[in-house]
Design a binder for this molecule. Structure first.
Ligand SMILES: [Zn+2]
Ligand SMILES: [Zn+2]
Length: 271
């Protein structure tokens, strides 16, 4: 598992699109020799209708997870986190939720735009891929600008949309969308927020993490130093996926640490 021994992005059956129990993920983490993991369950208010319910049963979540933390104390660090699906009309609800519950860690992720999920091909119908990608970054920037910086710790899978475009990342690069990407990176840096390296892109055969190497490089060039690393696993076999690659890539790009959160406080861990 190389130098990254903490997975900061994964799901269990508290998320509507995941059937794996928290205990299964924990057992897998132990067998991989991880030091820790943080559950980051989906909370996507006002998600477009789908077969999944993207809302956390907070009562049950905060009843079970502390028990698991206790049970595995000394063997595995277990964080209680959330992946919040940001949307332009939700910053106040987001801020309220982040104050209400004692999360260790909060990821802000843009999943849905204009009441549609790019996961479904209908999102791209009748529009150019470029228009769709530009819109995604523009809305992400505008939404983040409205979000109280204290309501989250990292920006999740910043170029999530390229997993699903008709040509995926074939015609996509940092350079070709830099006008839309730079403002987001600057905003994160100004507010001391992390950028997530999500290895899910490698699982989706993009040949790149999300965001792509070009964006990670640019973030570093602009002075960004804070990165979190997560697999976005929904199944145990993807826990810690390609973390060796992620560690090497980050080192090559000039990052020296990755960040792990506990009680919303970031600790820098050497790569
Ligand atoms: Zn996500
Ligand atoms: Zn996720």
């Amino acid at each position: 598992m190389g130098n990254i021994k903490y997975d900061s992005h994964l799901h269990s059956d508290f998320s509507g699109d995941c059937d794996t129990s928290a205990a299964q993920m924990i057992e897998r983490a132990l067998s991989l020799g991880l030091d820790g993991l943080c559950f980051t369950e989906h909370e996507d208010p006002d998600a477009p209708p789908s077969e999944c319910d993207f809302s956390i049963d907070f009562e049950r979540y905060f009843a079970l997870l502390p028990k698991l933390q206790e049970q595995y104390r000394g063997r595995l660090q277990i964080g209680i986190g959330m992946e919040y699906g940001i949307q332009p009309h939700l910053p106040a609800a987001f801020a309220k939720l982040s104050r209400e519950y004692p999360f260790d860690y909060i990821i802000a992720s843009l999943h849905n735009l204009n009441n549609m999920d790019p996961y479904y091909p209908s999102y791209f119908e009748g529009r150019s891929e470029r228009d769709c990608y530009e819109e995604f970054f523009r809305v992400q920037y505008e939404t983040l600008r409205q979000c109280d910086p204290t309501s989250f710790d990292t920006l999740g899978h910043m170029d999530y949309i390229v997993r699903y475009g008709p040509n995926r990342n074939k015609y996509y690069s940092y350079e070709s969308y830099s006008d839309f990407i730079d403002p987001i990176l600057c905003l994160l840096i100004e507010n001391g927020k992390c950028l997530e390296l999500n290895t899910g892109g490698l699982k989706y055969d993009l040949g790149e993490p999300n965001p792509c190497t070009g964006i990670l490089r640019r973030y570093r060039e602009l002075g960004g130093e804070l990165v979190t690393v997560g697999s976005d696993a929904h199944e145990p076999e993807y826990l810690g996926y390609c973390f060796d690659y992620a560690a090497e890539l980050l080192q090559e790009l000039g990052f020296r640490y990755y960040t792990v959160f506990e009680q919303r406080i970031g600790q820098q861990v050497r790569l």
